[in-house]
Design a binder for this molecule. Structure first.
Ligand code: AMP
Ligand code: TRP
Length: 358
């Protein structure tokens, strides 16, 4: 079966963008069709200024929201990245395959680093190397497909490049993954600034709809969305980004098509009103289930514990094989404390390990 991996960073509360651009499809499609892993990538949350308590709270909340959104631990593996050491272990090897030029070309790095410097702040080295850790997340599991929003395709491309380069230099150790984009709403834009993404780490609350926003808060945010000059409702991403964003959100929530929907509305007000109600309806079941799960934290913890154990079992042989392939001396376990990688294997063994892990 196809292996799918995706992740969400606990750097802020999950947004409508996360849901329509990624999580909803994980729940509705991916977990049913593939052998899927969904990861709360907490190590990635440390690449920018962070508050330890907040990262912990957001990690727990993200896990709860993924389950509330319909991820079913009987169908897929839900876990926390830092619970599985293989991610960091593999990341270092991949740093030895990636180049610094490649890292500096990453658009997200350039944008975030520029913003932080403009504020007079410093940039953590981990922000630069973060796409390598992301590649490790993906490659450790022999992933075939990575369902992500638009903003992540460059990072998945990098994972592809690193996998192919490693395989070519050191022998077949990794599956070369590919990105899969969401259709409609692959990029939900900020309601107050429709030329930039609705990102959860941004500070500007009014333009961001959070999954846990109360219905009245959702209505207020959508009704106050910035629209464009002009009056008629037309779908034109370039010239009318505000209206296009509302049409895309409405389409994503109702299963419609933004172009077709543009013909239905005479005024911006009517479009906003329907969009607000559509969003409220999409969020309602997620919020209801979230409330139930919050009353049962032991269940969520159990899911994460089992998920990490399963994930470890898959990643360990792949990463061990990569360590051997790249030229590191295998540990010979004398006392039986766990190195199932074994001592005697020369060189590769990569494909065998990959297949065993799958
Ligand atoms: P992140 O919030 O960066 O951890 O993203 C988690 C997932 O949600 C990734 O697959 C992103 O591509 C996707 N995502 C985040 N924000 C948006 C957005 N505004 N529109 C569409 N997809 C998004
Ligand atoms: N970088 C992704 C984001 O910001 C999150 C992420 C980390 C991820 N590791 C991943 C997504 C592996 C897919 C696969 O959205």
């Amino acid at each position: 079966m196809e292996r799918v991996f995706s992740g969400v960073k606990p750097t802020g509360h999950l947004t409508l963008g996360n849901y329509l651009g990624a999580v909803r499809r994980w729940a509705e499609v991916d977990q049913h069709r593939a052998d899927a892993l969904f990861c709360i990538v907490d190590l990635h949350a440390l690449t920018v200024d962070h508050d330890p308590g907040r990262v912990r709270r957001l990690s727990r909340q993200a896990a709860t929201l993924l389950l509330a959104s319909g991820l079913d631990p009987r169908l897929c593996t839900v876990f926390v990245q830092s619970h599985v050491d293989e991610h960091a272990r593999l990341s270092y090897l991949l740093e030895c395959v990636a180049t610094d030029g490649e890292m500096r070309r990453m658009i997200q790095y350039r944008e975030k680093a520029a913003r932080q410097r403009a504020r007079g702040g410093s940039v953590r080295l981990s922000l630069l190397t973060y796409p390598v850790l992301m590649a490790a997340d993906i490659l450790a599991y022999g992933t075939d497909r990575v369902p992500v929003g638009d903003d992540q395709t460059q990072h998945v491309e990098l994972a592809r490049d690193l996998a192919a380069r490693f395989n070519q230099r050191y022998g077949q150790a990794f599956v070369v993954p590919r990105a899969a984009k969401a259709g409609v709403a692959a990029r939900v834009m900020n309601l107050q600034d429709p030329r930039s993404k609705m990102g959860k780490s941004d500070d500007s609350g009014p333009g961001i709809v959070y999954l846990l926003d109360e219905p009245d808060v959702v209505r207020r945010k959508v009704m106050r969305a910035v629209t464009d000059s002009g009056r008629e409702v037309v779908y034109d991403r370039e010239r009318r980004p505000g209206v296009a964003n509302l049409l895309e959100i409405l389409a994503a929530c109702t299963g419609g098509n933004p172009e077709a929907l543009s013909g239905v509305y005479e005024t911006y007000g009517a479009l906003k009103k329907d969009t607000a109600e559509a969003v409220v309806e999409v969020l309602r079941p997620v919020q209801d289930r979230h409330r139930e799960l919050c009353a049962d934290p032991a269940y969520v913890e159990g899911v994460l514990r089992d998920g990490a154990a399963r994930a470890r079992g898959m990643a360990r042989p792949v990463v061990d094989a990569a360590y051997r392939a790249i030229g590191l001396l295998p540990q010979v376990s004398g006392d039986g404390d766990g190195d199932e990688g074994g001592g005697s294997v020369e060189g590769g063994g990569g494909l065998g390990a990959l297949n065993a892990a799958r």
